[in-house]
Write a protein that binds this ligand. Structure first.
Ligand SMILES: Cc1cc2nc3c(=O)[nH]c(=O)nc-3n(C[C@H](O)[C@H](O)[C@H](O)COP(=O)(O)OP(=O)(O)OC[C@H]3O[C@@H](n4cnc5c(N)ncnc54)[C@H](O)[C@@H]3O)c2cc1C
Length: 494
């Protein structure tokens, strides 16, 4: 008998049922006590249901990864996501190691109409990758990235983090668009669109997606691309987690010199008007290579600052020239823009956005940085280190993709505002959230639509998807008529 069988039969039969941890067989352990014949779950419609212990055990035996129940040593770690606001307890966690595990978990949930949450990198601001009393499909262990330098493609598993994608690609002198905090997951990031500091040159993450492996609600493992299940491939490029669990993303990579002109220029907030007014004009004519995005924030000591984060994806001398007029504005407190490793900038915000911080965010799309918007930004800024206004800069390659070529509808936005807050003390929740909403309300009149990946309040999905919505609903009905995948910016099946 091999080790795997031994674990499954001898130990599983006699001991597994009684303890929450199986030394040596952790990767397979299904945990439930003999005394309990069923555990409480919650259905898709919010009704309490019983989950038979035998069925859970069967699920565990069908998977390579473990099924974790409350009491298991790994359970609390597995249910902890990035935003400290969300403390939820799933009935069970399927810690998947491959596509077949995901298929088993999806089938288990669908057959019981059990509420499902899908966790990639765990950075959902509203905490949709975790649920109370449902099944959490945990992809955190499916986190590897491989790169083929000849085809210039990267294959990232569904639970990989952006750091792994950047690092593996850069090792081969290649890159693709990844977000600005390196511990964010490729999963949610890509499915919602995927903004990053190279998007003006290469487009959003979805514009670089060549194919994906996805487990749909029927449990089928499908490879989708523009040639295969093209409708589904269209829908996952902007439609979020609505259509299934993606176990692998295939990205187009681009040759890249990792020593790039990059870093931050910082001015005192008193000079914000000069900087932002200049930025409004200057940013309208930027090259595809230039990324420069302003942030208005307050340091812990109360000093208000404007930070311009710059990455110039090209010849540094040309970048210096393009940057020159910006550098002449006002009197910067600091100018850290120099030729340096791309990963310095890609990881500079990792600590500021540390795991466990309590956080609330709102996003909004902006077509043009007008004088009125600059006035509104200056009026909206508050001298509170917990709340800041930042931006993702789009335009260029992002705008050159047609409005309905993918399911991401906001192609004509020049920038995306993100109003973010972070704090540690739960007693400050109401106060900081109210302050963040207040800042947002001052900018909202100048915006149109929001980014589905940053929707803490749950906005109006139909209007936000605009011309893509009817097609998304029809595809949703084809692949997930029962709306099994509903913990997301949900698209109602047609
Ligand atoms: C600190 C921070 C920085 C960010 N920076 C950026 C940025 O630079 N650019 C940008 O565009 N966005 C950014 N975002 C937003 C980010 O794209 C979303 O929060 C995204 O959902 C995170 O993906 P995740 O896999 O880490 O999250 P998770 O919490 O694991 O997943 C979020 C949702 O995505 C779906 N999902 C995740 N993985 C899969 C999968 N493999 N298959 C199917 N569905 C899946 C599920 O519906 C899940 O509820 C940032 C967010 C944070 C918190």
């Amino acid at each position: 008998m091999d080790r795997r069988q031994f674990c499954r039969t001898t130990i599983a039969a006699s001991v597994a049922a009684a303890i929450p941890f199986l030394p040596g067989c952790e990767r397979r352990a299904t945990v439930a006590t003999d005394a309990v014949t069923s555990i409480r779950g919650i259905s898709l419609s919010g009704v309490e249901i019983e989950l038979e212990r035998a069925a859970i055990k069967e699920l565990g035996e069908s998977m390579t990864g473990p099924v974790l129940l409350p009491g298991h040593d790994l359970y609390d770690g597995a249910r902890t996501i990035w935003n400290g606001m969300h403390d939820r307890r799933p009935a069970l966690i399927a810690r998947c190691l491959n596509a077949d595990d995901v298929s088993q978990a999806v089938t288990f949930a669908r057959e019981r109409e059990l509420l499902v949450a899908v966790r990639g990198g765990g950075h959902s601001w509203p905490g949709k990758s975790i649920c109370d009393d449902g099944l959490m499909i945990d992809l955190s262990q499916m986190n590897s990235v491989s790169v083929n330098p000849e085809t210039q493609r990267a294959h990232a598993q569904g639970g990989a983090l952006l750091n792994a994608l950047d690092t593996a690609s850069l090792q081969h002198g290649l890159v693709t668009t990844a977000g600005v905090v390196s511990h964010t997951g490729v999963g949610g990031f890509t499915l919602g669109g995927g903004f990053g500091r190279l998007n003006r040159k290469y487009g959003l993450a979805i514009d670089n997606l060549k194919s994906a492996e996805i487990i749909t609600a029927d449990g089928q493992v499908r490879r989708v691309s523009s040639e295969q299940d093209a409708d589904l491939f269209w829908a996952i490029r902007g439609g979020g987690g609505n259509f299934g669990v993606v176990t692998e993303f295939e990205y187009q990579l681009h040759p890249f010199e990792r020593q790039v002109l990059s870093g931050n220029i910082v001015w005192p907030v008193e000079q914000a008007r000069d900087v932002l007014e200049f930025y409004g004009e200057w940013s309208a004519g930027l090259s595809d290579e230039m990324y420069a995005g302003p942030t208005l924030m307050t340091m812990p000591d109360g000093t208000g600052i404007v930070v311009m984060t710059v990455v110039y994806n090209g010849d540094p001398a040309a970048g210096e020239k393009e940057l020159e007029p910006l550098r002449k504005i006002g009197t910067p407190m600091d100018d850290g823009v120099k030729v340096q490793d791309y990963m310095v900038t890609q990881t500079q915000d990792d600590v500021g956005f540390a795991h466990g911080v309590r956080s609330y965010a709102k996003s909004a799309m902006v077509k043009e940085v007008t004088q009125e918007l600059v006035d509104a930004m200056i009026d909206a800024y508050i001298p509170d280190p917990r709340v800041f206004i930042t931006n993702h800069v789009a335009g260029a390659a992002v705008q050159r993709v047609g409005e309905t070529d993918t399911a991401f509808p906001h192609r004509n936005a020049e920038i995306m505002f993100v109003i973010v807050s972070g704090w540690m003390d739960p007693e400050q929740d109401a106060e900081v959230i109210a302050a963040t909403r207040e800042v947002y309300s001052k900018l909202e009149p100048f915006t149109g639509g929001y980014y589905t990946n940053i929707d803490t309040d749950g906005f109006e999905t139909a209007g936000n998807y605009g011309p893509a919505y009817a097609r998304l609903r029809e595809i949703k009905a084809r692949y997930d008529a029962g709306n099994l995948f509903r913990l997301n910016s949900n698209i109602e099946p047609a």
